[in-house]
Design a binder for this molecule. Structure first.
Ligand code: FAD
Length: 457
């Protein structure tokens, strides 16, 4: 409960309505001036100045917050784990509907490995919970990323080639819609909404509970091998050739850290084999060049999630992603040649294929099912440094245009028209628009890679 005095610090929000909301919640409203405000206003990579942060504890709280935001005509930010790279989980002058206190989970069907997970849990918590039941789930690569944002956008995790995207293993979701209804969306009920939730992000309502299907798995073979930066072209070409025919159980990333003005940074190949075997699949990745260091371990499944480490103060990385249909030598030479002209660019290549690519393109709103690799660039630094680097970065990506297409909506720090068109091919976008029109015609949920309702397009 807030002291009534702090309510008066809101400019655009009706103080009485805010006090009424606060009184009705199991959770709390945090306002500018409250002691907790500093700890809830910002997200992973962006600063915010919301007029109010509603910390929800249950579905009714979310419903109350949605109706309040609608009545007060406030811009709405929704947040689960706070890792949106575009900073959509906070805002200036609007309301943040914060789901992080909703972090419970429950095994609802042991035979089918079905689990209900609240959106504010983070993936390390989910992994530890599942491990307690001998289960695992392919989420992402980072412990502190939240369930809500990752599942709604995609989820390219350490078992994506074996099990598909995280969203491919979503079997249902409880949703609070813009008009305050509480719905269950699944293949049987509100099936178009369910289709849109799997890839269309937070456009259609606020998900208060997800049902996911995990798989029995206790340990995986996980490791990394580091090669000299000077060997990057040969290493990346060898990696791409191997991953093209590797078993689905093997997932791998290649990363190149920024040089920061020094000598070429080493190239690192990270891999995870979804099971206890895998030596034959992994060995070729250990022989791509002159090994500087390597480790391969059999580890409990939760151990593959890395701590995110946070960002140095003031950093707001620019993140861009595109899919690579054919990760051939020509593409690799173009990518590494162009990237070599930056000294602040982190480069990542994620292998795709396997189960992820066997899902039909129109089965979910994540339509990119026929590419070999996802390439991400992260330009490290402050907003000013990134603005200065933006024209050169745009030219770099333009030079790769013949080799890349699409975009992964969860790996974008901007969501301009070009990015949204890339994330959602035209048939996907048209179908998403129809769902948006049906469930959020006023575009209450607009702080996301936004799909415009048909009437407003
Ligand atoms: C360090 C780091 C590592 C990452 N690694 C991976 C990875 O390995 N694989 C991968 O696929 N992605 C990865 N990502 C991207 C990640 O999937 C997205 O940033 C994702 O949006 C984060 O989800 P969140 O809940 O933590 O973020 P939030 O900022 O809380 O949410 C992001 C957005 O999703 C929407 N949203 C969130 N929850 C809900 C909900 N319950 N209902 C409706 N809308 C909601 C809102 O629009 C919100 O603004 C990574 C990101 C970071 C920063």
């Amino acid at each position: 409960m807030n002291p009534v005095s702090s309510v008066s610090s809101l400019n655009s929000v009706d103080a009485e309505a805010c006090a009424a909301l606060s009184a009705a919640l199991s959770g709390e409203v945090v306002l500018p001036g409250d002691e907790a405000y500093e700890s809830v206003r910002h997200v992973f990579s962006r600063k915010g100045e919301p007029a109010a942060v509603v910390r929800c504890r249950d579905t009714e709280d979310v419903r109350g917050a949605v109706l309040f935001a609608r009545e007060q005509r406030l811009e709405v930010s929704v947040r689960s784990g706070k890792h949106s790279l575009a900073g959509f989980g906070t805002c200036r002058g609007g309301i943040v509907i914060d789901l992080s206190p909703m972090n419970g989970m429950e095994l609802v069907d042991a035979d089918r490995h079905r689990v209900r997970v609240a959106p504010g849990a983070v993936w390390s918590e989910v992994a530890e919970f599942l491990a307690g039941h001998g289960l695992a789930f392919s989420s992402g690569d980072t412990a502190s990323v939240g369930v809500g944002g990752l599942l709604l956008g995609g989820g390219i995790g350490w078992m994506a080639r074996a099990d598909g995207l995280a969203l491919d293993n979503m079997t249902g979701a409880e949703v609070v819609t813009a008009d305050g209804r509480i719905l269950w969306a699944s293949a049987e009920e509100h099936s178009e909404l369910f289709w849109a939730l799997r890839g269309g992000g937070g456009n259609f309502g606020i998900v208060t509970s997800f049902e996911i299907t995990a798989r029995p798995l206790e340990r995986v073979r996980y490791g990394k091998v580091v090669y000299p930066g000077a060997e990057a072209p040969a290493v990346l070409k060898g990696w791409a050739r191997h991953m093209r025919q590797a078993p689905d159980e093997l997932m791998s990333h290649v990363t190149l850290f920024p040089t920061r003005g020094g000598t070429p940074a080493p190239i690192t190949v990270i891999f995870c084999y979804a099971g206890e075997g895998g030596a034959e699949a992994i060995d070729p990745l250990l022989a791509l060049g002159t090994v500087e260091s390597k480790n391969v371990d059999l580890v409990p499944a939760p151990k593959v999630l890395a701590p995110s480490g946070g960002l140095p103060p003031g950093w707001e990385p620019t993140v861009r992603s595109r899919f690579v249909p054919d990760c051939d030598d020509e593409f690799i030479d173009a990518a590494l040649g162009g990237a070599g002209t930056f000294d602040t660019l982190f480069l990542e290549f994620r292998s795709l294929g396997g189960a992820l690519n066997r899902v039909p393109a129109d089965a979910t709103a994540f339509a990119h099912r026929d590419c070999e690799v996802l390439m991400n660039t992260i330009n490290m630094g402050t907003r000013e440094a990134n603005e200065a680097a933006a024209p050169a970065l745009a030219r770099f990506w333009e030079s790769l245009a013949p080799h890349v297409r699409g975009a992964y909506s969860n790996f974008l720090s901007e969501a301009g028209e070009e990015d949204i068109a890339a994330a959602y091919p035209s048939a996907t976008y048209a179908r998403l628009q129809a769902v948006k029109q049906a469930y959020d015609p006023g575009n209450l949920f607009s702080r996301n890679p936004n799909v415009k309702p048909i009437a407003g397009s």
